[in-house]
Design a protein around this ligand. Sequence first.
Ligand code: SAH
Ligand code: SF4
Ligand code: F3S
Length: 466
Amino acid sequence: MTQEIAILSAKPETAAEIPPVRKVFVKTYGCQMNVYDSDRMTDALAKDGYVSTDVMEDADLVLLNTCHIREKAAEKVYSALGRLRDLKKKKAGEGREMMIGVAGCVAQAEGDEILRRAPAVDLVIGPQTYHRLPDALKRVRRGERVLETDYAIEDKFEHLPSPDKAKTRARGVTAFLTVQEGCDKFCTFCVVPYTRGSEVSRPVAQIMAEASKLVEAGVREITLLGQNVNAWHGVGADGAEWGLGELLHRLAEIDGLARLRYTTSHPRDMDATLIEAHRDLPQLMPYLHLPIQSGSDRILKAMNRRHTTAEYIALVERIKAARPDIAMSGDFIVGFPGETDEDFEDTMRLVETIGYAQAFSFKYSTRPGTPGADLDGQVPEDVKAKRLERLQDLLLSQQRAFAEACIGREIDLLLEKPGRMSGQLIGRSPWLQSVNVDAKASQIGDIIKVRITGAGPNSLFAETIS
Ligand code: SAH
Ligand code: SF4
Ligand code: F3S
């Protein structure tokens, strides 16, 4: 008889009969939304008697929450599954069962293939069906190999438990909150509309309830998440149609919620109310991740981004006029099919024009099933690599310049976690930089005034101002 069946059938009567706890190990790849989803799955599993473990070898269930955005990300899953197959065999030899589940965007995109290529996998579950996880695991325990990738008709958020108070407390003073999921924009390079489905906004009341719960559990800073977070819309308490700007206003009224952020936003969805929120809400941090991908209008058109570089520059100017100290962040793709040296130079010029505090850049990765995969003019890998290196050098120099410019400034610092040196804590600046400062562990969650004294490669140093 397996352990699981024993758990289901036996009613413990004495302490000696209390069943062993089941342990889940979750490995998260990809974006912040996967981080949020992993926590929600962990919370759902806790109701099912699972506790989390950081030690994979101890787990009765290993869940990989996967990312499909670039080929490399997707490949990681199969190599991880190879290692897990060996672990599962080893544990079976010791008489312990281990279930393997694959969640996330690779599960959604390649569910059948995973089951075919990796016989050790017991469960494949897509991002829209996480609320069915406990039920799916029951089916696995009955001997089924489960594939759950059909988009649910019911709203998964209504059925997933909201964040657990004790767990939220343990997770720290900052938290993610998904307000929007999926994408209808269909940029020609991108898998997200296929893996996350079409754009869905969570209702205002659900978001407000979750935010309040987070704050009650000690959270001071919430980052609203969405693949196109600023496409979020809903009906407000006043019956009016709200956009993200209105939602931020409402969230800013929650007592104890000191800081708000949101990511990722699309340039086409930055409306006037949202821009004004940056001017009017002190809680809204002056940092904006606003990807453009390329500085060439020709390439932007081929990518189906549906705006020009001039429109983007004008938009950033409007945002900076509303909030002069805002730090800009972005994403770039080099080597999209048809990208010439000239197009790439346009990207370099655009980066010079905007001046990013931080940015992510990638070599174009051909994704099966996206329109980009069928385009002529695929760029050779060595050309992509050279362009990426030049772009990253420029972005890094801008990031350094931004950090250096912070030296001497007095800022508010939200103390988040212990630092590497004892007697120090790490906090976040309004511009999302990590800052090291001398402080006591009991101050975690406090916002203190500090002066920036130095800049290292990945973080800043500061002293408290008494
Ligand atoms: N919704 C966001 C992006 C989400 S994906 C937006 O519209 O900006 C995160 C980033 O991954 C993208 O901004 C893009 O820079 C990168 N990316 C997406 N697909 C890619 C691909 N096929 N190859 C390389 N990078 C890609
Ligand atoms: Fe992908 Fe474009 Fe949607 Fe962003 S907006 S998730 S890049 S399709
Ligand atoms: Fe990756 Fe899916 Fe996020 S593809 S980037 S995990 S939405």
